[in-house]
Design a protein around this ligand. Structure first.
Ligand code: SF4
Length: 292
């Protein structure tokens, strides 16, 4: 089971189908850097070698560079899922948060795989899921070009949903033309507050996902070396989340009860909290010990 850690609640986008559970949490929650680093040092000693930082968007965390340096120093293979906006410009989020432009070269040096979302070949299609006023498609391409200058490993993350099914062919052509290491395509899942609330707008059947996959394969001439298709049925119990409150748990639509548009977190869901030393063994007992 793979370890995914929320390191921020804020994000550059406000996706209609946001599947992040960070939106479930009380505003302002954040795992302290020292707590997180101490836990990761323990996990590394236990044989865990890979961690994914997510959020919200990790780049909106004010000390993200220092945090990445400390995690890298331990020895981890780091993946980071980010919209990436601050790689090319300073960004103001809401009334109170300004995220300064970040040094792309530094990020590339510290992060082994940078996950960038692209869900449509045009802004119109892209923004059916990801809400922003920005020229999103061109921004994402510019971010990837900037990262490529420093030899980044880029993983494009695409959510296949009702709003982009007809775009599979054009999107595949676009991604094929890019310099990337990996393209992951996820079947939409009703996870997180907004993912659950807007499931009728986005959810697709297994058959629709399989058709999306066939179209992509056609464009890639069946070369699957860079492709990963993540059907919902294959993602059950595949990863553990540690949220901004430090709680570790395994998301599963089937196993978690919901109240209207929200998940119910209780002791039957939460495995432990990384702020509690006595929970570390139990949390780590679920995690992969495979070398990269
Ligand atoms: S889905 Fe991802 S990019 Fe979109 S708002 Fe949620 S955390 Fe941000």
């Amino acid at each position: 089971m793979h370890l995914n850690i929320f390191v921020s609640q804020s994000c550059f986008l406000h996706c209609k189908g946001c599947y992040s559970f960070s939106r479930e949490e009380e505003k302002g929650q954040k795992i302290l850097t020292d707590v997180l680093v101490d836990f990761l040092r323990f996990a590394y000693d236990e044989g865990v070698r890979k961690v994914t930082l997510c959020g919200g968007d990790p780049l909106t965390r004010c000390d993200i560079s220092e945090l990445l340096e400390k995690i890298k120093e331990i020895g981890f293979y780091i993946s980071m899922d980010t919209v990436g906006s601050s790689i090319i410009k300073e960004v103001t989020i809401g009334k109170n948060l300004t995220v300064k432009q970040i040094n792309a070269k530094k990020i590339v040096k510290l992060v082994d795989m940078i996950g960038i979302p692209i869900d449509g070949s045009t802004n119109e299609i892209f923004k059916r899921f990801r809400q922003t006023r920005a020229d999103l498609i061109n921004e994402q391409l510019t971010i990837c070009q900037e990262l490529n200058k420093y030899g980044a490993n880029i993983c494009i993350n695409t959510v296949a949903h009702k709003g982009n099914l007809e775009d599979a062919y054009e999107l595949a052509k676009l991604i094929k033309s890019m310099v990337i290491s990996k393209w992951q395509i996820f079947q939409y899942e009703p996870l997180g507050k907004f993912g659950l609330k807007n499931r009728d707008i986005f959810e697709i059947t297994d058959k629709q996902f399989s058709d999306f996959q066939s179209t992509v394969l056609e464009v890639f001439d069946d070369d699957i070396s860079k492709l990963q298709f993540k059907a919902s049925r294959n993602r059950k119990n595949a990863y553990m989340l540690v949220d901004n409150s430090g709680n570790a748990w395994i998301p599963s639509y089937e196993n978690m009860s919901t109240s209207k548009f929200s998940y119910i977190f209780n002791d039957s869901v939460i495995i432990g909290n990384i702020a509690n030393l006595e929970d570390w063994n139990k949390i780590c007992s679920y995690l992969d010990r495979k070398l990269i």
